[in-house]
Design a protein around this ligand. Structure first.
Ligand SMILES: Cc1cc2nc3c(=O)[nH]c(=O)nc-3n(C[C@H](O)[C@H](O)[C@H](O)COP(=O)(O)O)c2cc1C
Length: 225
């Protein structure tokens, strides 16, 4: 495991990469729309396959966001999400995240099922974020094009981080694509990829105390000189 503290922090880019973390409790403080627009302007320069710029997103706040949150919460309370299971070989990462987040940070006991369920459901009101993006892509594109969307998204969240904003990417909400399509008038021809919660994290919140760890890069990357 690499410790963030032992990594270099010379540039503001490095600093944003290392200080960004997923935020799971937001203050009810509005995000200046200019911060979003400026970050979108920069993120538009992300590379993409044949320069097709396949990222699509709708950002919501205020009452329109409240309506989406209510619809997602209702769906999540009443039915299972359509999310492919994580393959066995990767499942231990999710267990470790659950132990760190729900157990160590939030103090929810392993056998406290209602507590865990309540914590999971917080995904569907975007952890109280005042600004939310729904990220989607034309369904006829390929997995390779979702790489380009990912590059755009990382660029965007780093720019938002530079502006003092906190974020959480949320694949969970894409588990209810019909709800999102209906609420935002997104056609069947589009794949809903994820949500993006944006705002100012509550520094006092237990959910925001977790610092996720990483494998050392050479466990997954080889250099063959
Ligand atoms: C594609 C994607 C989907 C994610 N979905 C969720 C989610 O639904 N809920 C959540 O709390 N975090 C979600 N995350 C955040 C990850 O759990 C987080 O990035 C990871 O644990 C590393 O922690 P860090 O972002 O704090 O560095 C998602 C991240 C990505 C990139």
């Amino acid at each position: 495991m690499d410790e963030k503290s032992s990594l270099p922090t010379q540039t503001s880019l490095t600093n944003s990469i290392l200080t960004r973390h997923s935020t799971r409790n937001f203050l009810p403080r509005a995000v200046p729309i200019e911060h979003l627009k400026e970050s979108l302007l920069i993120a538009q320069h992300a590379p993409s396959n044949s320069n097709i710029q396949p990222w699509r997103a709708i950002f919501l706040s205020g009452s329109k966001l409240d309506t989406l949150k209510a619809a997602l919460l209702e769906a999540a309370q009443n039915g299972k999400p359509q999310i492919p299971p994580i393959p066995e070989a990767f499942r231990h990462y999710r267990s470790e995240l659950g132990r760190e987040l729900f157990g160590k940070s939030m103090g929810i006991a392993r056998d406290d099922m209602p507590g865990r369920r309540a914590a999971e459901l917080r995904n569907y009101y975007f952890f109280g974020a005042p600004l939310v993006g729904i990220i989607y892509m034309d369904r006829s594109l390929s997995h390779a094009d979702s790489l380009s969307v990912g590059m755009w998204l990382q660029t965007l969240i780093l720019e938002l981080t530079e502006k003092g904003l906190d974020t959480c990417i949320e694949g969970s909400v894409a588990g209810y694509p019909a709800v999102i399509r209906e609420e935002l008038a997104i056609t069947d021809g589009m794949d809903i990829l994820c949500g993006l919660a944006v705002g100012y994290g509550d520094p006092e919140s237990q959910a925001n105390q977790m610092v996720s760890q990483r494998d050392s890069w050479d466990t997954s990357i080889e250099i063959r000189p």
